[in-house]
Design a protein around this ligand. Structure first.
Ligand code: PHE
Length: 345
């Protein structure tokens, strides 16, 4: 038998078989056919016994070398087929990165939240802390500690949703003042703003809503004066309505402040000259404020002979309506996307 020839023949058969194979899975069969136990190559080993002692090692080495060669041929084909497959997959899964992507719409904060964020930023810049409180409040915090005892006629200004005898949906954010002062224990200065929802029993119409938002401000310290209040409100008015605005304080009444004022800003439509918007007065009312009533200070643990403070409360909807010329408060709550989309920058 001519071993060399036999092996050469086998190799060319294997090479041909590999060439014909396009499928990776088939390589396994070819491997079994040419290198498995019953493969011709393995069967050749049987001839060993007919050989002399000198011939055997040469014979064995030749067969082993052929095995290694066959294995290599199969592996080379495997690599080639794998590369081909990868190429085909990459081609099939090719994406065009220059295609325009699907359109998506960017959300934006609700206009009321924008106003709140703007005001919060302004006050954080002046060293205030933001405080929140519960929307279900006790009569004590919502009214009594704010100098509005049970039979006080000023309660009429804030017609309320009572849940039980002494629990209600808060009618203003002022109870957060009380909560904060009590927390501070009567000896620490207070400098807070409190944004949040409030509720009043009103018939909903263009200018009234049974639920709306307020931002309350409170400063308590040993040397807080009305001049500080005025300066603070002027800063707010200018930040919200323009640099050249002025404010005017008119005497007013709130049970929790004494003296109390209503604050007007020069009309930003006519610059104070008088127009339809300001009913020809040159001014527009924006908020209520005052020096914290001694009763309120003592009810929350502060000694009014040492501490004074100022407080103010503004309606977020009202500020937004004035600022953007919105004529109906209900627009804020009806989620009409065409309305909301206008406030995008
Ligand atoms: N809490 C008052 C209201 O809702 C507003 C206000 C707050 C007035 C603080 C003065 C001082 O009517």
């Amino acid at each position: 038998m001519d071993l060399k020839n036999t092996l050469a023949e086998l190799e060319s058969k294997l090479t041909e078989a590999l060439k014909q194979t396009e499928k990776l899975e088939k390589l396994q069969d070819i491997k079994a056919e040419y290198l498995g136990k019953k493969a011709e190559l393995s069967l050749l080993m049987r001839h060993m016994k007919d050989l002399s002692a000198e011939e055997r090692p040469v014979f064995g080495q030749t067969i082993n070398a052929a095995k290694a060669r066959f294995t290599e041929l199969i592996e080379l084909r495997r690599e080639a087929l794998e590369a081909q497959q990868l190429e085909a997959r990459l081609h099939a899964e090719k994406i065009d990165v220059t295609l325009p992507g699907p359109n998506f719409r960017l959300g934006r904060p609700h206009v009321l939240n924008r106003i709140i964020m703007e005001i919060e930023d302004l006050f954080i810049g002046m060293g205030y802390t933001i405080k929140e409180g519960p929307e279900i409040e006790s009569d004590e915090y919502n009214f009594e500690k704010l100098n509005l005892p049970k039979d006080h006629p000023a309660r009429d200004m804030q017609d309320s949703f009572f849940i039980t005898e002494d629990r209600l949906l808060r009618t203003h954010t002022s109870p957060v003042q009380v909560r904060t002062m009590l927390e501070q224990g009567g000896s620490q200065p207070v400098k807070i703003i409190c944004p949040g929802k409030v509720y009043r029993r009103d018939e909903d119409d263009a200018t009234h809503s049974h639920q709306f938002m307020q931002i309350e401000g409170l400063v308590v310290d040993t040397d807080t004066t009305m001049a500080d209040l005025k300066g603070t409100l002027l800063t707010v008015a200018r930040a919200m309505f323009g640099e050249h605005r002025n404010i005017r304080l008119r005497p007013s009444y709130f049970p929790f402040t004494e003296p109390s004022v209503e604050v007007d800003v020069t009309c930003f439509k006519c610059n104070g000259n008088g127009c339809g918007m300001c009913k020809h007065t040159g001014y527009i009312e924006i908020l209520g404020a005052g020096m914290v009533n001694d009763f309120v200070l003592s009810a929350s643990g502060y000694d009014p002979s040492i501490y004074q403070g100022f407080a103010f409360g503004m309606g977020v909807e009202r500020i937004a309506m004035l600022k953007y010329g919105i004529d109906d408060i209900r627009h804020f709550y009806t989620n009409d996307i065409r309305f909301l989309k206008q406030f995008s920058t």
